[in-house]
Each structure stands twice: as structure tokens, then as C-alpha cells.
Write a protein that binds this ligand. Structure first.
Ligand code: AHR
Length: 660
């Protein structure tokens, strides 16, 4: 009995000691907003890295559907064919490189079959095909009958070869024509394949062999993967930056992103290699190409769907400076500048204009309301500044309202940064794009980065950032709670400085669990499943609690910026009439905090808290445990205009309180 009491006493003593002795007081000036928060404040950075587009967001299941990969049969396997035998027993495929304007791309496949024996092509998908039981799959291809009568039997099979569903198509026309059919899957399989069997005797030409699930985002035919878009929509992002990232620049100029080649009919979009395919020896992906089925029209449409301002970034005539650093001579920049002007017309121009008409023909008569345009991605040095000047002059002359985003290089400090920051300030740049890939300690130490920032300089776009648990581009980086917590602390500093910070986005966004090159990433997925990392939930908590005006939040006379491991920011939401407070406790102690609202408004007695926490700084989410670390809602009782918060160790807490 005595032993039990002693034990209880010791446990209580331990718990008391864990609760920090000092009590923190946070006071918020609710009636004196200090800055307007831009609707764009928290957004999304999209780049086709880690199989984010083909094999990810773009729901096409067939790899190399048009035989345009550098090896034309990559992703395809012939069935029942001895390619080294002159006695081609059941059939064979020839790759034709043609000048036929009615087909897509330079190549198509010509299949010759001999009756009876059976000949087929199997497509392995992009790391397999994710197939769901009872789901309908839309098959399509372009085909042209050459000789005889060949019937195509299409089978979805699992890894063991068991048929999950089938259908057939008989190309009857001698001209290219699209044929479609639907397959219903009888089972769920993450690594399915598609068999195309050619039955009968004859010759048939085939191209653009395609398979899409019907449950795409908004059920759009040949659209985007619904679960992945939903994760983005749930963030309520203020903007969508696309298409990157270094992919904008290309390793060389030939492989830069050219938006005009990504719009119009899908079969006419010229496929190119993905610049991330063999960038890192530790994660080579030689089969990584860009089909551009997800192109600029689709990016604009996605932005609109999820309520995000579109933010395209264009090549400024400089290839990636970490790779070839090729430059377009200054007197040959015109086509690049024209691309920028034409893009604005494509997004906003009247349907009577050349590019506005294309937008309308693609199904969007109304303007996409483009307001922001990035000139170059992660450029640095005098070559950039001179190109930036020419682009800006041309764009502003024709479209004075377009806000231009410029680059201050790949690092948040140092010679390159200082040079660009000074030049761009002197040039009255509007918004500069800063990148921080740093360790978690840097994020904590730099949460006051903008407290003393020049209020007369350009506004800030924190365009790419992520805490690196090991080192930048290390394949061992983890999306763990330590990193996410440090980003949360840093983001309170961005929010406190909303008068200069106009936009921020974590990078990169997506990673296929088997196809990634770069880690950490915000959202991970495989062929069937997806999940948000702890970093995702931090981003989501900020973005869904954005508010409209920043408020002053002080502890005594000091900013809440690291003392006792606490970081805090506060906003007012004029639409919902709520005070929203974000407090990050990076210490390993529970901390008691008095929250006081200085206001003439009537404060509700009931608030609500969203708490994201883990005592384990190494904690991660995973495909099998996707929401292990995700916010929990807890009610909060107020006494008058004050409340006591108990902030768990290693936690982020968002408090919402009505005040009218
Ligand atoms: O986010 C990954 C890469 O990091 C981006 O493509 C580039 O802009 C930066 O270096």
C-alpha cells in the first residue's frame, strides 16, 4: 500500500516537473491588425520530379504509349515472339518512323500477325498499374487497318497473370481512327499489366495506346488522379506554381520546358526525356519521360479547380546552372520572350486572339485570370539580371498588370544571393523567389529572417523550402516530425511578416514511393495509395487557417520567437470573425501558456484547437500508417478574454476563437 502511494507520488512529481515551471503569457492585439495577409500566402509548388506527373498526378497507366521513348519498345514486351528467328512464328512488331501527319509523333507500331498462334504486346505500366476492384478503365488507341482482319483482345492481368478484366476492339478503317473500349476490374492489384493480344491474320498500325481509370478528378476523361488532387484541394492553396523547378530550365536548352509543346491535342504534344531521369546516381530512372498529357492547359485548369492562383515559371534562356548552364545569346532571346507574351494571351486573351482561341478550343472560353509570371527558375549572376531586365520590359510594356517573379538564386544567403538581392532591389523587382533547403536548426534560427527585412524592397516568395534531416539531395532525408516542426516554427515568422512575405511553398510536392529521385517531399504515393507527411499537415494547418490580417502577438514586450522553444503568430479572419493563433512548442516539455486577447469585441467562451504532436521527433507517416501524425481537434474553454493553453511537448497548436 505504502509502496503504491510512493509510486503515485513520484509519478505526480515527475509530471509536475515535466510541465515547465515558467508560465508563458501571450497577448494578442485583436483590434489593431498589422498587415494584410495576401490570398496567395500559402501555396503549392509542383514539379515533375519523383514521377509526380507521368506515373503520378497524370492518371495514364500505360508507359510509352506512343513508342516515342528513346528506346521505342521501353515498357513493352512482345509475347510469343522470337525476335531473332527468321521464322516469325506468331507475329512481330516493327517500329515505323514516319512523316504521317495524321498519326501522333514520329513513331507508331506496325503489328503483323499470323492466324492461330496468338501474338501480343504487354505493357508494364509506370512501376506497374494500380487497378481497383469494380472500377471501370477506359482503353483507347489510334489504329489503322493495313491488311486482313486483326482483332485486339485487351486484358488487365495481375502479377501472376490472372485476368482481372478484358474487352476487345476490331480496327476496321484503313485510315487512322480512335477506338475505345471499357474494362471493369474484378480485383484490386497494385502491379497490374496490360496485355494487347492480336488475333487473326493481318497487319495493323497502332499508336497512343492508353488506359485511364474512370474515377479521375472530376471524372474528367484522361484526367488526373483523384486522390492526389484531393490532397491538394484539402490544403486550400493560395497559388499553384508550375511546372517547377529545374525542369523549367532543362539540363540543356533543348530539354527546357516549352509550354507551347504541351497544349493542343494530346497526340501532338512532343514527348521529351525528364531531366531528373539520371540526375542522381543514387536513384537513376532511365525510363522517366514527360508525355505532357499534363500540360499547361491542365495546370491552369487544376489551379482553377482547387481555387489557387496560377503561377507559371518560364525559361529565360538559361539552362540549369548546376548542369550545362547553356545561355541563349542576348540577341536571340526574342522567341523566349514571345513565349512569355503568348502565354499571357493563352491564359487571359480574348477568344478572338490566336492563343486565346486555342484555350477556348481546349474547352475554356473564360480567362484563367493569370496575374503572376515567373522569369527563370533558380538563376543567378549577371547573365540572369540582364535577361530579367529584357523580359520585364517586354512583359510590362504589353501587360503592365502582370506581376513578375524573379530569382535570387538557389541559396538564401552568400555571394550569389547578395548580388541578386541588391540588383533586383535596385531594379524595383516586385516579388523575389527565395529557396531554402537547410537543416531543421537553420529553420529555427531563421524564424526571424524577415523581422528586420527592408520594407522598401521587393516582396518575398519563399518559393521552395524544406528542412533536410541529413543534407540537401541526400537520399536518406526523411519527412520526419523534427523537420516539420522546424518548418512550422519558421512559418510563424513568415506569417508575422505578412506585409513583406506574399507567397510560400514547400518543395518538392510529390514522390512515387518506388520512383523518387529527391527526398523529402510533401506527399508520397504508390499506384493505389497516397498520404500526407507531417510536413503536409503543417502546410495544411497554416493554409486552412490563413486569416486575412496579421496581428501582433507578444510575450511581454517580446516577439514569441524561440524563447522557451516557443514560436507563435496570430491572425484575424474578417470573414469568419475569428482570432487564429498558431503556437509551436519545439521544447520537450509540456508548456502552460496564458492567452490574452486585447479587444473590445465580444469573445466566445468556446474555442477550438487543432493539435499536431508527437513526442518522437523521428516520427513519420507512411503508406501503411498515413495519418499517424495528423491534427486532432480539442475544445478550448475561455474565461472572458483569456484562456490557458497546455502546449504538448514537440507540438503545433492552432487555436480558433470567435470574436464579434
Ligand atoms: O525541388 C527540387 C529542386 O530544387 C528544384 O527543381 C530546384 O529549383 C531546386 O534546386
Amino acid at each position: 500500500m505504502l509502496k503504491n502511494r510512493l509510486l503515485t507520488f513520484l509519478v505526480l512529481l515527475f509530471l509536475c516537473l515535466k510541465v515547465s515551471a515558467q508560465s508563458n503569457k501571450l497577448s494578442i492585439q485583436v483590434d489593431k491588425p498589422i498587415a494584410e495577409i495576401q490570398p496567395t500566402m500559402w501555396g503549392i509548388f509542383f514539379e515533375d520530379i519523383n514521377f509526380a506527373a507521368d506515373g503520378g498526378l497524370y492518371a495514364e497507366l500505360v508507359k510509352n504509349r506512343s513508342f516515342e521513348f528513346s528506346h521505342p519498345m521501353m515498357g513493352w514486351k512482345e509475347q510469343k515472339f522470337d525476335r531473332f528467328s527468321l521464322n516469325k512464328e506468331s507475329g512481330f512488331t516493327s517500329i515505323i518512323n514516319h512523316g504521317d501527319s495524321e498519326a501522333s509523333g514520329p513513331r507508331f507500331a506496325r503489328v503483323t500477325t499470323h492466324a492461330g498462334k496468338g501474338y501480343g504486346l504487354t505493357n508494364e505500366g509506370l512501376r506497374g498499374m494500380g487497378i481497383k476492384k469494380d472500377m471501370q478503365y477506359n482503353f483507347s488507341l489510334l489504329a489503322r487497318r493495313q491488311e486482313g482482319n486483326v482483332k485486339l483482345r485487351l486484358e488487365l492481368v495481375d502479377e501472376k497473370g490472372t485476368v482481372l478484366g478484358e474487352t476487345s476492339i476490331s480496327p476496321t478503317e484503313n485510315a487512322w481512327k480512335e477506338y475505345t473500349a471499357t474494362i471493369k476490374a474484378t480485383n484490386t492489384e497494385a502491379k497490374a499489366k496490360l496485355n494487347v493480344w492480336f488475333e487473326g491474320k493481318g497487319v495493323v498500325d497502332i499508336d497512343m495506346i492508353s488506359l485511364f481509370p474512370q474515377d479521375t478528378w472530376k471524372q474528367r476523361p484522361k484526367g488526373l488522379r483523384a486522390d492526389l488532387v484531393q490532397l491538394l484541394a484539402d490544403m486550400k492553396p493560395g497559388f499553384l506554381r508550375f511546372p517547377g523547378g529545374c525542369i523549367v530550365e532543362g539540363r540543356d536548352l533543348a530539354t527546357r520546358y516549352q509550354w507551347k509543346k504541351t497544349v493542343g491535342k494530346i497526340e501532338d504534344r512532343e514527348l521529351i526525356v525528364n531531366r531528373w531521369n539520371t540526375e542522381f546516381n543514387h536513384r537513376p530512372a532511365p525510363d522517366y519521360f514527360q508525355s505532357f498529357g499534363l500540360g499547361f492547359f491542365e495546370y491552369f485548369q487544376l489551379s482553377e479547380d482547387i481555387g489557387a492562383a496560377p503561377l507559371p515559371i518560364l525559361s529565360c534562356g538559361m539552362a540549369c546552372q548546376f548542369n550545362t548552364a547553356e545561355l541563349v545569346p542576348m540577341d536571340e532571346l526574342d522567341p523566349y520572350i514571345q513565349d512569355a507574351l503568348d502565354l499571357i494571351e493563352f491564359a487571359n486573351g480574348p477568344v478572338t486572339s490566336k492563343w486565346g482561341k486555342l484555350r477556348a478550343d481546349m474547352g475554356h472560353e473564360a480567362s484563367f485570370n493569370l496575374k503572376y509570371l515567373g522569369v527563370g527558375n533558380e538563376q543567378w549572376g549577371p547573365h540572369y539580371i540582364e535577361r530579367y531586365k529584357v523580359f520585364t520590359k517586354a512583359i510590362k510594356e504589353k501587360y503592365p498588370d502582370i506581376i513578375i517573379i524573379s530569382s535570387v538564386g538557389p541559396f538564401p544567403d552568400g555571394e550569389l544571393f547578395d548580388y541578386a538581392a541588391k540588383e533586383l532591389k535596385d531594379l524595383n523587382a516586385e516579388i523575389v523567389d527565395e529557396h531554402y533547403y537547410k537543416n531543421p536548426e537553420w529553420f529555427l534560427e531563421n524564424s526571424d529572417r524577415y523581422d528586420s527585412y527592408d520594407r522598401n524592397g521587393p516582396k518575398i516568395f519563399a518559393g521552395e523550402y524544406a528542412a533536410q534531416s541529413v543534407a540537401t539531395v541526400s537520399p536518406d532525408n526523411k519527412n520526419n516530425w523534427k523537420c516539420a516542426l522546424s518548418e512550422a516554427a519558421f512559418m510563424t515568422g513568415l506569417e508575422r511578416n505578412a506585409d513583406v512575405v506574399y507567397m510560400a511553398s514547400y518543395a518538392p510536392l510529390f514522390a512515387h514511393a518506388e520512383g523518387w529521385q529527391w527526398t523529402p517531399d510533401l506527399i508520397w504515393f504508390d499506384n493505389l495509395r497516397s498520404y500526407g507527411t507531417p510536413n503536409y499537415y503543417v502546410q495544411k494547418l497554416f493554409a486552412t487557417n490563413k486569416g486575412t490580417n496579421a496581428l501582433s502577438i507578444l510575450s511581454g514586450n517580446e516577439k514569441v520567437n524561440g524563447k522557451n522553444g516557443l514560436y507563435a503568430s496570430a491572425v484575424w479572419d474578417k470573414n469568419s470573425k475569428e482570432v487564429i493563433v498558431k503556437v509551436v512548442n519545439t521544447s520537450d516539455k509540456v508548456q502552460s501558456t496564458e492567452l490574452q486577447l486585447a479587444t473590445k469585441k465580444k469573445v466566445s467562451a468556446d474555442g477550438v484547437m487543432s493539435v499536431l504532436k508527437s513526442e518522437n521527433l523521428d516520427a513519420v507517416n507512411s503508406l501503411d500508417n498515413p495519418t499517424q501524425l495528423s491534427p486532432q481537434q480539442v475544445p478550448l474553454k475561455l474565461k472572458g478574454k483569456a484562456a490557458t493553453l497546455s502546449l504538448p511537448a514537440h507540438s503545433m497548436t492552432v487555436v480558433r476563437i470567435k470574436a464579434s
